[in-house]
Ligand binder design. Structure first.
Ligand code: PEP
Ligand code: MG
Length: 560
């Protein structure tokens, strides 16, 4: 028996034979060409074909792994169209008078090297996306690249797996994945999670494993080669325990989110777009605690119209059949950008990669573009500087209020003046609608508490609004000075840091003193090791990703 440790994704057990996945690839030959225009047109034709392929793949992926996870292919689409990537290839063809295949391979090497050379673990991961897209281009240019998966159910072992390759496998033949390169941030991890396949990342793999029997223990993060009878029996038992736990969670569907002592907690879901509603319904969430409306904007080519937005908000409200739906107004800036926002770049700008899978459905700005930094102009500041655009959104939210229980929530608030300005625009939007004979209901108004400033002035803010929602993702980053996108130092963003827990406590106390309810909608709300502490602090609502709803309900019900 041999044992190997790795970073696990999906707590399941798989037993089967190992299939080593190998890419057969020819390094593209370098050929001197005469006709630069023709060669560039070959590249552009391949690029157009790649875009069409990715459109199809995106649609397929949406059906199989959900819209949020399919966003990786939307990001690939943007990389194919990326100005820097395209310019590099065209420039190589033109300057060196070489064939398109060679220029694409050069682009892959150049950008991969650039990304791998950064300090940022997340950016390092993105080198595999450049490889994925470049290989697609090479195939379309006629290079011999094969992606053959296993023909029978196997544990697939690979040095590296691109999202396209992962999606290309026949799902019935993949029992588990073991990948040498990749972290929890890698697309392989995200796709494995979406496909509910156990995976182990960061394992030093070996060709000699081919055909050997193995066990992948997703709960212990272990791969065991040639397991003996004892190990197999133990794994069977473990698998039974995992299934039992899943069945227990299923049992919580339709139950109340209430402690044994009878304290009721509202348990809501976070969404990014309409297509997330299927997951919400199956999660049994009691409402939508955070609708990140910016994804509507990020997917658009231009400002979405009032009608377009109203339709989406209405559909969400109708689907929830009277359960609360909290729509957060546009929160852009930092890593959420689109060209038509025309946000000027800021001093500490950095080369950034779009974070499609992290940001639920956000395609973001494209792989090799520059973004504004985490510390900068974003959220409510951007909206208050564009009152017309902001009013359009407020009008559409108000109109959707006729179809359910809709509330509005303002992001990145740092002062009472901002809230007052938001409320004035809300009043203006109402009066415009009234004049036009359009119906709306009076809706609850809330603010996100996600800046240290908002915590400090929370007693004053509480007098202005109906509820608070603590955005711990941003609050932690701004309190502790740790960039939330920095995967390499994720452990520094400690939700147990006294500065964080005290900020939460202060916010809850100030909210309650003013008679309003206080929720949490950052990732921290889904961490069941923190549920007891948050409930003891007096939190009224927890809003988590749909997949975490039942787990959190279970944790609340176990409390006294
Ligand atoms: C947060 O900051 O905790 C939050 C929920 O908002 P977002 O993650 O969308 O910035
Ligand atoms: Mg936030």
């Amino acid at each position: 028996m041999e044992r190997y440790q790795g970073n696990p994704v999906v707590e399941k057990i798989a037993v089967g034979k190992i299939f080593i996945y190998k890419k057969k690839k020819d390094t593209p030959y370098r050929e001197q060409i005469e006709d630069v225009v023709y060669e560039i047109s070959r590249f552009e034709e391949a690029r157009d074909k790649a875009l069409r392929e990715l459109d199809v793949l995106c649609e397929e992926a949406k059906g199989q792994i959900g819209s949020s996870n399919a966003a990786v292919f939307r990001a690939h689409r943007m990389l194919v169209q990326d100005q820097m990537y395209g310019d590099f290839i065209r420039g190589t063809i033109q300057d060196q008078k070489v064939n398109a295949e060679y220029a694409v391979a050069e682009a892959q090497a150049h950008f991969s090297q650039m990304l791998l050379g950064t300090e940022d673990a997340y950016l390092k991961e993105r080198a595999s996306d450049v490889a994925d897209v470049s290989q697609r281009m090479l195939r379309l240019l006629g290079s011999d690249i094969e992606t053959e998966g296993p023909s029978e159910p196997s544990i697939v072992v690979a040095e590296e797996l691109t999202p396209s390759e992962t999606m290309h496998f026949d799902r019935d033949t993949v029992l588990a994945l073991v990948v040498q390169q990749g972290s929890a941030n890698s697309h392989t991890a995200i796709l494995a999670e979406a496909m509910n396949i156990p995976a182990l990342l960061g394992v030093e793999i070996c060709d000699e494993w081919e055909g050997r029997t193995a066990v992948l223990d997703g709960s212990a993060g272990e791969l065991i080669l040639d397991p003996d009878g004892d190990v197999l029996a133990r794994m069977k038992e473990k698998q039974r325990e995992i299934e039992e736990r899943d069945a227990k969670l299923a049992f919580l569907r339709g139950r109340e989110t209430v402690t044994a002592g009878g304290r009721k907690i509202r348990l809501y879901a976070n969404i990014g777009e309409l297509s997330d509603m299927d997951a919400v319904l199956s999660s049994d969430a009691e409402g939508i605690g955070l609708f990140r409306s910016e994804f509507l904007y990020l997917q658009a080519e231009d400002w979405p119209t009032e009608e377009e937005q109203a339709q989406v908000y209405r559909a969400v409200a109708e689907t929830m059949r009277g359960k609360p739906v909290i729509i957060r107004t546009l929160d852009v800036g930092a890593d959420k950008q689109a060209p038509y926002f025309e946000l000027t770049s800021e001093e500490n700008e950095a080369l950034r990669y779009a974070h499609p899978e992290k940001e639920a459905t956000a395609p973001g700005p494209g792989l090799l573009t520059k973004d504004a930094p985490a510390f900068g102009y974003r959220g409510i500041q951007v909206c208050l500087d564009r009152p017309e655009m902001f009013c359009t959104q407020l009008r559409s939210i108000l109109r959707a209020s006729m179809y359910g229980t809709v509330s509005v929530m303002f992001p990145m608030i740092a002062s009472v003046e901002e809230v007052v300005a938001c409320k004035e625009l809300l009043t203006q939007a109402k009066s415009e609608l009234r004049k036009e004979g359009k119906e709306y209901r009076d809706i609850e108004v809330g603010v996100m508490i996600e800046t240290p400033a908002a915590v400090e002035v929370s007693a004053m803010l509480a007098r202005e609004v109906d509820f608070f929602c603590i955005g711990t993702n941003d609050l932690i980053q701004y309190l502790l000075g740790v960039d939330r996108q920095d995967a390499a130092h994720a452990e520094c963003a400690d939700p147990r840091h006294p500065a964080v827990t005290e900020a939460i406590r202060t916010t809850i106390e100030n909210g309650h003193a003013a008679g309003i309810w206080v929720g949490i909608c950052g990732e921290m709300a889904a961490d069941t090791t923190l549920t007891e502490m948050l409930v003891e602090m007096g939190v009224d609502e927890l809003s988590v990703s749909p997949g975490a709803v039942l787990k959190v309900r279970g944790a609340v019900r176990e409390l006294n």
